[in-house]
Design a protein around this ligand. Structure first.
Ligand code: SF4
Length: 226
């Protein structure tokens, strides 16, 4: 499997460029941004996050707001009532532990401890927690979203397992120094090429992907010629 994952990483890096980690948001901002990104696209979640930051310049201010007001502010990000409740509850729980509302200390914790702290927050699952550690600190934790899950199954990196199990398997499989690039490029690949209806003839992985001939039997001929 080592050869296969390395080949996939190499092909994706060639196709989309190797991504180097750069910090996006402070960890608490990243947590809120990731909660907002659940079940919606980047454009809407980014707009909802900007609205939220504009209306509540500090997270303390948000704690004083009603869930209804928060929901109105993030309405275009979808599932506004649920997300407003999750965000407020998460910030409230963090304030109980860290009154200064700063999660920078997570950087120094062992990875498992940092993940445990985050996933203990209501509404924060392994993917959201991994996003905080990967994007804010560059820790080698691999968030597995719906695109990475789908593409990994199709190229047989994983079997027919759920996302949690997929995270465990891929976390062990992808070399640490490539986790960031792999994460970004697999999502891009899932959005552009390996969509629900995959575009296998245009796919840079089609010669090593077992599903290519299932979706497009004519690809078999190319594979035989190779
Ligand atoms: S060959 Fe098809 S199924 Fe396989 S990764 Fe590419 S687009 Fe997805």
């Amino acid at each position: 499997m080592n050869d296969k994952i390395n080949k996939i990483i190499q092909l994706l890096n060639q196709e989309y460029g190797e991504k180097k980690w750069k910090k996006r948001y402070a960890p608490l901002d990243q947590l809120i941004q990731t909660i907002l990104s659940q079940n919606t696209n980047d454009k809407n979640s980014n707009a909802a996050f900007s609205n939220l930051k504009r209306k509540y310049p500090t997270w303390e201010r948000l704690l004083e707001a009603s869930e209804n007001d928060i929901a109105e502010t993030i309405r275009l990000g979808g599932l506004a009532n649920i997300k407003a409740k999750r965000i407020k509850e998460a910030i409230f729980a963090i304030k109980e532990e860290r009154p200064e509302l700063d999660l920078t200390y997570l950087k120094k914790l062992p990875q498992e401890e940092a993940l445990s702290f985050l996933t203990a927050l209501k509404g924060v699952g392994p993917k959201t927690a991994a996003c905080v550690l990967l994007f804010s600190f560059g820790k080698p934790v691999l968030p597995v979203d719906t695109h990475i899950h789908r593409v990994s199954k199709r190229i047989s990196l994983i079997g027919n397992v759920d996302r949690l199990k997929a995270h465990e398997i891929l976390q062990q499989m992808v070399p640490e120094e490539q986790i960031y690039s792999f994460h970004i490029n697999m999502i891009e690949h899932g959005r552009r090429i390996c969509k629900t209806k995959p575009k296998c003839p245009d796919c840079v992985l089609n010669l090593i992907c077992e599903s290519a001939t299932y979706f497009y039997p004519e690809i078999k001929i190319l594979k035989t010629k190779k």
